[in-house]
Design a protein around this ligand. Structure first.
Ligand code: NAD
Length: 484
């Protein structure tokens, strides 16, 4: 296998750990492959358990004294550095993930937004004041609150599907709150995380505040989670691993952002053409590999034939192919094994009676945008999280039935509801099990500062998003003073 993919200006990378301001190479390494060609594009150091413990200790011994202005300046500088090399960043993410440039350019823009929101939030005082003379037994005092960084270290674990933005969502709020964080990125896409560490150091961040350890998750994950100096574990990834992480975190604050089978619910009064456009993109953007991708399309029976025809037409227009071609709409999924799993789920559904309207074709790590019709709610293609560009259509009759089908999932992350009726919209807002309900938009719509996260098997209800993450990363201290 050649080690030089055709992409212009790519130099094979040998990456090391980022610990205590040093780049540390190790004899044991693992490879990163470009999913479109299978070419090996980088080798990355494998951390040992001692490396992880050392990184945590370096973090633990460091106490940040950065002012709010310092933190703002570092985050904004990092934003500028990324924005000024936007194309380079998009190509890096495309190289390690196979996501197309349209998707990775969008991801880089989102990461810049996260940095900007975190920088601005660092300037906002987060204290509260309570007067104490409010009741007959009150006193002439005031109680104040202040938020302090954690005493211990934050241990963070991120998934492969947004190699940069998932990392920035964990790290920027840590910088904004003067915390120290040790990250274990996905071994499938570690390159953006390592490059982001270098960018933050270049922007002036003291290196002990953000360090990166890479390697075999089974070997180093439990060491990071179990380290006595780690006070908070923040994990984004699949539900199976996330539940194990939460169980082993024990007496620690734990934020887990897990999988989803998010529904897009199309009612019979929706603007069908616009909804089909949004829903298809919601299912297929980022190669369908988003926790909030549309994974179930619930369509009211009276408009289902027309809607499925529109959805299929939209799918036909998407261009799949070389992720480095700027015209490509859908690159690869993360690897061939993942594409095979998607194909198996689609094939099983078809064998059980679903009707394939478009797609259903695999080539290497590519899986074509796929529209499946007449899916029933018990088929694995909708009960399990299929992490690929598949839009499975389930038909329903009444609004009650739509709520019941949507809520029958063990996941409850986000939902999108398409209707022109305010009463109907509000009913779904009230009755759906979900962390987010978007009316007239796909489940994944949000901005980077808004609260985000799921319940049931999608998470424990603690939110991410810049503002909520900064709350999670701080301890509230109250103090009271005499007051005249
Ligand atoms: P994954 O669960 O396979 O891996 C996630 C991370 O956990 C990786 O860094 C992996 O190396 C690590 N890991 C694996 N075994 C571990 C262990 N024993 N101890 C510690 N860490 C371990 O998930 P993935 O395939 O990388 O990502 C896709 C999943 O992430 C999907 O289910 C998707 O829905 C979910 N996701 C959720 C959100 C959200 O905010 N809710 C966002 C993005 C992705």
């Amino acid at each position: 296998m050649s080690a030089a993919p055709e992409s212009a200006s790519w130099r094979y990378r040998h990456e090391g750990l980022r610990i205590g301001g040093e780049t540390l190479n190790r004899d044991r390494t693992f490879a990163v492959h470009h999913p479109h060609t299978g070419d090996r594009v980088a080798t990355v150091a494998m951390a040992t358990a001692d490396d992880v413990r050392h990184a945590v200790l370096v973090a633990e011994r460091f106490r940040s004294r950065l002012s709010r202005h310092d933190r703002y300046t570092i985050l904004m500088r990092a934003r500028e550095l990324i924005d000024s090399r936007r194309e380079e960043w998009a190509r890096l993410i495309t190289m390690e993930s196979g996501l197309c440039l349209k998707d990775t350019d969008y991801e880089v823009g989102r990461a810049c937004d996260v940095l900007m929101f975190a920088a601005n939030q660092a300037l906002v005082d987060d204290g509260e004041i309570y007067s104490c003379d409010l009741t007959p037994h009150g006193r002439a005092r005031k109680v104040f609150t202040t938020r302090e960084p954690l005493l211990g270290v934050i241990g963070a674990i991120t998934p492969f599907n947004h190699p940069l933005n998932q990392v920035v969502h964990k790290v920027a709020p840590a910088v904004a709150t003067n915390n120290r964080l040790v990250l274990k990125p996905s071994e499938k896409t570690p390159l953006a995380a390592l490059a982001f560490a270098d960018t933050l150091y270049e922007a002036g961040l003291p290196p002990p505040m953000f360090q990166v350890v890479t390697g075999d998750p089974a070997e180093i994950g439990p060491v990071l989670i179990g380290d006595p100096h780690v006070e908070l574990v923040t994990f984004t990834g699949g539900t199976e691993v996330g539940k194990r992480v939460a169980a082993s975190a024990g007496y620690r604050r734990t934020v887990v952002e897990l999988g989803g089978t998010d529904p897009a619910i199309v009612l019979d009064d929706a603007d069908l053409a616009e909804t089909a456009r949004l829903v298809l993109l919601g299912a297929c953007k980022n190669s369908g590999q988003r926790c909030t991708a549309v994974k179930r399309v619930l369509v009211q029976a009276g408009v289902a034939d027309e809607f499925v025809a529109l959805l299929t037409e939209q799918a036909r227009q998407l261009r799949t192919g070389d992720p480095f071609d700027s015209q490509t709409d859908i690159g690869t999924v993360i690897d061939e094994q993942a594409a095979r799993r998607i194909g198996a789920a689609v094939d099983d559904a078809v064998r059980a009676g679903a009707v394939l309207r478009h797609g259903g074709v695999r080539s290497g790590a590519h899986y074509a945008p796929t529209v499946l019709d007449h899916v029933v709610p018990t088929m694995a293609v909708v009960t399990e999280e299929v992490f690929g560009p598949v839009a499975p259509v389930v038909r329903f009759t009444t609004d009650e039935e739509a709520v019941q089908i949507a809520n029958s999932s063990r996941y409850a992350l986000s939902a999108g509801v398409f209707t022109k009726g305010l009463d109907r919209a509000l009913r779904f807002v009230n009755e759906l099990h979900a962390g987010t309900v978007n009316i007239g938009e796909v489940p994944g719509y949000r901005i980077e500062s808004t609260p985000f996260g799921g319940i049931k098997d999608s998470g424990l209800g603690y939110k991410e998003g810049v503002v909520e993450t900064m709350k999670a990363y701080t301890n509230v201290k109250t103090f009271s003073l005499p007051w005249q």
